[in-house]
Design a binder for this molecule. Sequence first.
Ligand SMILES: C[S@@+](CC[C@H](N)C(=O)[O-])C[C@H]1O[C@@H](n2cnc3c(N)ncnc32)[C@H](O)[C@@H]1O
Length: 370
Amino acid sequence: MTRDSAATSVNGVLAELFAAAADLCRDRSPLTQRLLTDAAGDLRQGGVTTRIMAGSECDREGTVPGLRFAGAVHRLVLEGLAPGLAKHYPSVGGQPHLPTLWEDALPALNEHVDLLRHRVAATVVQTNEPGRSAPLYGGLLVAAQEAAKAAGRHVPFCVRLLEVGASGGLNLRPHHVGYRLGDRVLGDPDSLLVLDPEWTGRPPADLDHRLRVVGRAGCDLTPVDVSTEDGRLHLSSFVWADQLDRWNRLRDALDLAATDPVKVDRSAGPEWLAKQLARVERDVLTVVWHSVVWQYVSPADRAMGRAVLADAAAKATPTTPLALLVFEPRREIDYKFALMLKLWPAGISLSLGVGEGHGIPFTWNVTPWE
Ligand SMILES: C[S@@+](CC[C@H](N)C(=O)[O-])C[C@H]1O[C@@H](n2cnc3c(N)ncnc32)[C@H](O)[C@@H]1O
């Protein structure tokens, strides 16, 4: 094979990955779908996208090179570096006109080849979805109240929240978020972030009880520091620009985070969790939480994480109870996203309901978690 034909075949494979990423956006983000479809065509013809993707051509499919490209382009728009393209991006007040999207993208792509190449190579696709605070909030109410009942207490436990895979930590303040249910708002009605959780049914808990969070901490392999402009842009760039509900949610969550900072530690989950769980607090329910993380965790880390948790669970007592609360896709229900709760020493293990991957909408329905 000559060098030219090898390059053509590598770009053909990359073009297929871009086309597959475009397909992921079908019915959800016409803008990103169109951008990636046109970029796939451009790759096949050896256009500017080939130069932007130089060095990333052989990246694994799981790193989703197409979404990294779309994120880098979105970031250019957010930074004001692509004025001719911005008119298509609702995240900056534009209105997509798909037939002219690619011709309006080309000047910015050509002008910023080096910057785009660097960013595509240096970033991983990373999101932090604040909509998941809604099932988290309901799940914490259930956990605090069930643990209290099991311990023979009348008042729900205060909660210490430990999040593994916290990304930018946007779900580490569920008690400072408002949750609009008809004409009432749970949580904090005056919050900068008020969600419409779109619940069918209700959490099996007394919703009049206030959730009291007395401690919170989070870790991530690659934490995002949302107190910096770079961190905010990083998370924002991966929200598809025409998904305005998610965009507005993220913007409000970032504003809320600025008023109530929580640092996310750089660490793999198991080591971090072992250190956190070594410290036991009396009369507090410690809750280990993760959402949409498990699929990314290596088999070794999964085994170690389970062992760390089992060790802490064995030591839990009625005055120092422990909970595991997770929102993850579940194989047994066709990879729909389920909210699941285990409580020690109460011996409770429940699936609390099922929702969309972003946490909204959500249907409360309690069944055993086997
Ligand atoms: C899809 S994001 C979800 C972020 C956040 N939990 C949410 O619901 O918005 C998955 C996160 O898990 C992190 N992650 C993956 N493996 C991890 C591990 N072994 N330990 C800690 N974090 C991990 C990634 O860096 C990424 O930030």
